[in-house]
Every structure is written in structure tokens, then in C-alpha cells.
Design a protein around this ligand. Structure first.
Ligand code: SF4
Ligand code: SF4
Length: 179
């Protein structure tokens, strides 16, 4: 059986609405004279907390060498398929030629990227990092695809504790080519 809820009758002040209008005007006036707290972006930018996950970037090791070995794990794991990698061979005269391959092309489509950070998590070389760059815009779809050059420009060099290439080179010089 339906239960009827009696509507409470409005008081005189509620029927007049004037107290509610005055309360609204008081709130408006309070904000009108309060100091302006709006940040004038992009001239002013907020402080980005450590560990913030912004735009994915590629980074080089402290010797300026590419860390990415083009294993394509990040491309495989990326949920929206935002990463496209074309693997390439490292030139025989390169300092790290004895090690592995590198990316010939590396594109990240920022119209697809959901900033999940899985690419960073899965990368065995710590070559791809979501850093504090969060603002990206463009007039065309093509402009929103970050190619390899742009990814390195955004990424720069991060402190690297591993010095993998140096260790491998030293091992090779000691006669252990498979270190
Ligand atoms: S952050 Fe996520 S969505 Fe963006 S490129 Fe990396 S894996 Fe793909
Ligand atoms: S960025 Fe990392 S996971 Fe992606 S291809 Fe390069 S080495 Fe592999």
C-alpha cells in the first residue's frame, strides 16, 4: 500500500523568499570582496607534486645515450594502443652497438593516452617516464602525436643509478660479451 508523506507547510519567511535572497546576496558579497584566488594560467602555474604522472616522455642516460632498447613492452601493455614503435638496429660504430637495438621511430598519440603510467611501470630500462609536463594542445590530430625527437625533448635526462651500458661495455672488454 502506498504511504503518503504529508508536505510540511511553508512558514511565512519561506513563503516570502526574502531571507533566502538576502542569504544568497551575503554569500555573493563575501566572495566579491575576498582576495582573488584564481590562478592566471598559463602565466602562473601550480607547483607539481613529486611523482606526478604527466605526459609520457623518453629519457636518456647521463651519458646522453638512448635507454630505450625497443623491446616494445610498453607498446604491448598500453591499454588504448597509444604507442607505436618501429624497432631499428644500432649502428655498428655506436658506443652501445654490442648491446641491443633501439627505436627507429617512437610515437605516442596523446589523443589516446590516458596517463595510466603502465608504460613506465613495465619498461625494463626505465626509459619512459611520465613527468610533470601536463599541458598539451594542438590544432590538428597530427600535432598531438609526440614523435621520438619530441619525446626526448620533453624527457631530457633523468638520474640513472644503473649505468647499464657502461657495465656491459666493461664486461665485454673483460672478455664476457654476454654479461
Ligand atoms: S601512460 Fe598509459 S595510455 Fe599513456 S602511453 Fe603510457 S601506457 Fe599508454
Ligand atoms: S620504452 Fe621501455 S618498454 Fe618501451 S620499448 Fe623502450 S625499453 Fe621497451
Amino acid at each position: 500500500m502506498a504511504y503518503v508523506v504529508e508536505r510540511k507547510p511553508l512558514s511565512l519567511s519561506e513563503r516570502l523568499y526574502i531571507p533566502q535572497v538576502l542569504a544568497g546576496m551575503k554569500t555573493t558579497l563575501k566572495h566579491f570582496f575576498a582576495p582573488n584566488v584564481t590562478m592566471e594560467y598559463p602565466e602562473q602555474r601550480p607547483a607539481i607534486p613529486p611523482g606526478y604522472r604527466g605526459v609520457p616522455t623518453l629519457v636518456k642516460d647521463p651519458n646522453g645515450r638512448e635507454k630505450c632498447v625497443s623491446c616494445q613492452l610498453c607498446e604491448f601493455v598500453c591499454p588504448p594502443k597509444a604507442i607505436r614503435i618501429t624497432p631499428g638496429e644500432i649502428p655498428p660504430d655506436a658506443a652501445n652497438a654490442h648491446v641491443e637495438k633501439g627505436p627507429k621511430a617512437f610515437d605516442i598519440d596523446m589523443l589516446r593516452c590516458i596517463y595510466c603510467g603502465l608504460c613506465q611501470e613495465v619498461c625494463p630500462e626505465e626509459a619512459i617516464w611520465l613527468q610533470n609536463q601536463y599541458s598539451m594542445s594542438g590544432y590538428t590530430r597530427e600535432e598531438m602525436v609526440n614523435n621520438k625527437e619530441r619525446l626526448y625533448e620533453l624527457g631530457g635526462t633523468l638520474p640513472d643509478q644503473h649505468f647499464k651500458w657502461d657495465k656491459k661495455k666493461a664486461a665485454e672488454q673483460r672478455g664476457n660479451a654476454h654479461h
